[in-house]
Design a protein around this ligand. Structure first.
Ligand SMILES: Cc1cc2nc3c(=O)[nH]c(=O)nc-3n(C[C@H](O)[C@H](O)[C@H](O)COP(=O)(O)OP(=O)(O)OC[C@H]3O[C@@H](n4cnc5c(N)ncnc54)[C@H](O)[C@@H]3O)c2cc1C
Length: 603
């Protein structure tokens, strides 16, 4: 065995995004010793990129909003595959979590009478997103980070966990390396919270940064947890598409919330052409009504650009496929047109959407206050993740908790914009609370020396393969393949081919070699991440094959309709005793009558 540094904590939080930092704060407040580990620098997690806002029924802008409406919107958006209990807790607890964040120092945009301002977003019936311009994630992470530091939490920046350690069935800690020096570390802990974010890097076109290689999903799978809803990968309708170097970078839904419209190359507002039955009653009939909605008219209904992301993404794809796309293969998103409606539109856009203005100006030399943007779908968010108990967030492995994007349940088949940041607060807090309780009731588990030794061997193997293929070539091949064969529109033949290709890529992954030493060696890090990307890609493909219908973010050309019998179960993946990937259909628990009634009343 090589040398490693050892640490001991009551609660170990893996991930320093919104979910991890909120979990750590709650655990520390409960009086236990907490550590937070992050693959990148503190403050650089994905959460910092969040733009549009945090969804919570504060009812500051429209007094008709309540937790019941938020609950019904979330369930409708998720096409009723959501964990209804998580959707209920989320809708009820999000307002208090946002107010708590404000009390901890977050400075939100304000209404004229000084309350937290809320904006419109896709799938939300009323203006519901508490925001800070289009830099909400930055404010959230800054606030949580300051709060955590004051609580005396140990922070390990630029550390990557590669294996979870177990004592029998229960969790005992985690093993990882330090990016700067390449040294190994063993973190013993009574409870572990996974808060590692998404899997976007499994695809070629994505809004996700380099860190999102599905580590938490893969760590949990290998540790014996169930992974649920892995077929539901969200393709956000509006990513940048030009120039090629910035392809995939997100264009916030906030642009449409502020009055931005989608047009094809003929200038036609195509979103009015196809409105799903479930949303007909809530969608504007005319462009005029849609505009009034974005300007706060409570008697108007939302424009079709604010339908759910899955639907908008597919409409864009249709326009492009049928030859009505923009020059670089997308469509036009126009916010500049609002100058026809309001004075000082240019200043207004810069104030409401400062990051979007700078993003397009600096990366594409386009002034969005004057001309339309070109946009197209981009891999954005993972609805699937670790299956958890809705109240405690504990996974099927005792002592292992999960929260945020690497957890599953709240969003079902499709997440509504803004519901992730609120998810991080509500369930990050719960995970921290229950992990602290678990730590108080249990002692440290034993570390198995053989398990540790084989984890070290696996991590160092790429250095032994002199002349092996570089990890980037394999990663790129996987991303291209997932984009082409398991992307926004799927079919059986292509997904079966994808499974074969994944097996071939696994063989290549086992032969990947890296040069140099262990200090700051990105090639080595990529080689380690590759295994996680392959594991999650296989899970996504197998779950997508199993769901023989189209629902939410999962669209199949060979089964283009929603099928009621597929609305009664979630697909859960586990590692079998022989190491095989098992795929099961597990029934959704019966929803209590009171919640059913809320959904009926909100239709
Ligand atoms: C551009 C963009 C805009 C968005 N806008 C919004 C919005 O307006 N509203 C909204 O609700 N949602 C939005 N989202 C989605 C939302 O930001 C994310 O879903 C959310 O921030 C995820 O938070 P998290 O805490 O689960 O994980 P993250 O913030 O992704 O953090 C994950 C953490 O885990 C660490 N980590 C990962 N793997 C390892 C490992 N192996 N070892 C150690 N550490 C590890 C990372 O370093 C990081 O610290 C947006 C997303 C993007 C990309």
């Amino acid at each position: 065995m090589t040398e490693h540094v050892s640490h001991e904590h009551d609660v170990l939080v893996i991930g320093a995004g919104g979910a991890g930092l909120r979990a750590a704060a709650e655990a520390a407040a409960a009086g236990v010793k907490v550590a937070v580990i992050s693959k990148s620098l503190l403050g650089k997690a994905h959460t910092v990129m969040a733009e549009g806002g945090i969804a919570a029924a504060l009812a500051n802008v429209d007094e008709r909003d309540t937790w019941c409406v938020h609950f019904a919107d979330t369930m409708r958006g998720g096409q009723y595959l959501n964990s209804w209990r998580m959707a209920e807790l989320h809708a009820k607890e999000a307002p208090a979590c946002v107010r708590e964040l404000e009390a901890w120092g977050a400075v939100f945009d304000r209404t004229l009478d000084g309350r937290i301002l809320q904006r419109n977003f896709g799938g939300h019936r009323y203006p519901r997103l508490a925001h800070v311009g289009d830099r909400t994630g930055l404010e959230m992470i800054r606030t949580l980070q300051d709060h955590d530091i004051h609580l005396g939490i140990d922070v390990f920046m630029e550390y990557t966990i590669v294996t979870l350690l177990k004592d029998g069935d229960r969790i005992a800690g985690a093993f990882g390396y330090e990016r700067e020096r390449g040294r190994f570390h063993v973190f013993r802990a009574k409870a572990v919270v996974l808060a590692t974010g998404g899997i976007g890097r499994a695809y070629k076109i994505t809004s996700n940064s380099w860190e999102y290689t599905g580590d938490g999903h893969a760590l949990a799978y290998h540790a014996g947890a169930g992974l649920m809803d892995m077929e539901f990968v969200q393709f956000h309708p509006t990513g940048m598409i030009w120039p090629p170097s910035v392809r995939g970078i997100l264009v916030t839904e906030g642009v449409r919330g502020e009055g931005g419209v989608l047009r094809n190359k003929d200038g036609h507002r195509f979103m009015f052409d196809d409105i799903p039955t479930a949303y007909v009653n809530q969608t504007a009939d005319t462009e005029e009504e849609g505009w009034r909605y974005t300007q706060g008219d409570k008697n108007a209904r939302r424009p079709p650009e604010l339908l759910t992301r899955d639907h908008v993404a597919r409409c864009i794809r249709r326009e492009v496929k049928e030859g009505r796309g923009s020059p670089h293969g997308g469509v036009f998103l126009d916010i500049a047109w609002i100058k026809e409606r309001i004075p000082n539109a240019s200043e207004h856009i810069k104030r409401k959407l400062p990051s979007m203005y700078h993003q397009f100006k600096q990366l594409a030399d386009i002034d969005i206050t004057q001309v339309p943007m070109e946009v197209g779908p981009t891999t954005h968010y993972m609805m699937g993740g670790v299956r958890v108990d809705p109240d405690s967030q504990m996974s099927e492995v005792p002592g292992l908790f999960a929260a945020g994007e690497c957890g599953a349940g709240l969003h079902g088949a499709n997440r509504l914009g803004g519901n992730s940041l609120s998810d991080l607060l509500v369930f990050g807090k719960r995970a921290g609370q229950y992990a602290a309780n678990y730590a108080k009731e249990h002692s440290l588990g034993a570390i198995d020396a053989d398990e540790l030794e084989s984890a070290e061997k696996r991590a160092l193997a790429p250095f032994e393969r002199d002349g092996g293929e570089g990890p980037y070539a394999v990663q790129y091949a996987l991303q291209e393949m997932m984009q082409d064969l398991v992307g926004i529109v799927r079919q059986e033949k292509e997904m079966l081919e994808a499974l074969e290709r994944i097996q071939e890529l696994k063989v290549r992954e086992e032969r990947v070699g890296v040069n140099g030493n262990r200090e700051y060696n990105p090639g080595w890090h990529t080689a380690i991440d590759l295994n996680n990307l392959l594991t999650v890609s296989e899970m996504v493909t197998k779950a997508a094959l199993e769901r023989k219908e189209s629902r939410g973010a999962h669209f199949r050309d060979d089964y283009p309709k929603k099928d009621d019998k597929f609305g009664t179960f979630n697909i859960v993946i586990r590692k079998g005793a022989g190491g095989e990937m098992q795929v099961r259909r597990e029934p959704i628990p019966e929803m209590p009558q009171a919640l059913k009634q809320i959904i009926e009343e909100m239709k």
